[in-house]
Design a protein. Structure first.
Length: 262
């Protein structure tokens, strides 16, 4: 009986770990998708999600779940963070020049800077599905990389192949977190290689955009996702609510940090 109970507990733990992996990989997922992937009932999925939410490992939504990172970065973010993001997007648009070609990754924060590109002719290469059907100021042209849609981001060999035939003057990237040692975290591991290709095909500056909530200390956070450092001068655009000690450490590690007043 004891062995059976231990075996059942191991099955539950493995299933919940698989749920966490799927949620972090896709950022947002529906109950039905989890049930199909795991071969269990919707009732089991809902029960597992409830337990995982109690441990603050994910956030439940109507009919599904989102990662904790996603809970802080899209429509689920606080009004304060949303205001900071808007200020960062508007400020980043200052670095756009008429005639620029740019890369933008799957970041909504980076993409939103295009709303402030009035009066400029800008050619945008992106794998960001949020741009589909979006109206931008006259002069902004959107060119998609193509590829397989994963959540709102285009990934896969098609993206890599197409990016290798593109080049840009500047790159504007978002991320899931910024650590004080200059490492940028991404929760979709396939996005790392895509971002690195974008950077390698960029002839000019690299800008990373992140609101203050994403600046974190490695020692105080549970690591999920994958991290990367860039072997070229990098400018981080964040807001004035950022932890000054983290900002100071980033600067010591060679990252130029711009604090947008909020």
């Amino acid at each position: 009986m004891v062995k059976l109970m231990k075996k059942n507990r191991k099955v539950v733990e493995d299933r919940q770990q698989r749920i966490l992996s799927l949620v972090r990989e896709k950022e947002e997922i529906r109950n039905e998708e989890l049930a199909d992937a795991l071969g269990v009932s919707l009732m089991t999925v809902r029960r597992d999600l409830g337990l995982l939410e109690q441990h603050r490992l994910l956030r439940r939504t109507h009919g599904g779940a989102i990662s904790m990172e996603r809970a802080h970065t899209t429509r689920h973010i606080s009004e304060e963070a949303a205001y900071c993001r808007e200020r960062i997007s508007a400020y980043a648009a200052r670095f756009l020049a008429d005639g620029d070609s740019i890369f933008i990754n799957g970041s909504r924060l980076a993409l939103n800077m295009l709303e402030h590109a009035e009066g400029k002719n800008v050619k945008v290469y992106t794998n960001n599905g949020w741009a589909i059907g979006k109206r931008y100021p006259k002069g902004v042209s959107i060119n998609f990389t193509g590829g397989e849609m994963q959540g709102h981001i285009m990934v896969g060999e098609g993206v890599v192949r197409n990016l290798l035939m593109m080049h840009a003057d500047k790159s504007f990237l978002g991320c899931a977190a910024v650590y004080e040692n200059g490492e940028f975290r991404y929760d979709i591991w396939t996005e790392i290689s895509i971002n690195e290709i974008m950077v390698s095909r960029t002839t000019g500056p690299l800008y990373l955009l992140a609101e203050h909530t994403k600046l974190q200390r490695q020692s105080l956070t549970g690591r999920s996702g994958s991290g990367v450092t860039y072997d070229r001068p990098t400018t981080l655009i964040t807001d004035s609510m950022a932890d000054p000690e983290i900002v100071d450490q980033l600067r010591k590690n060679g990252i130029e940090v711009i604090l947008v007043e909020v």
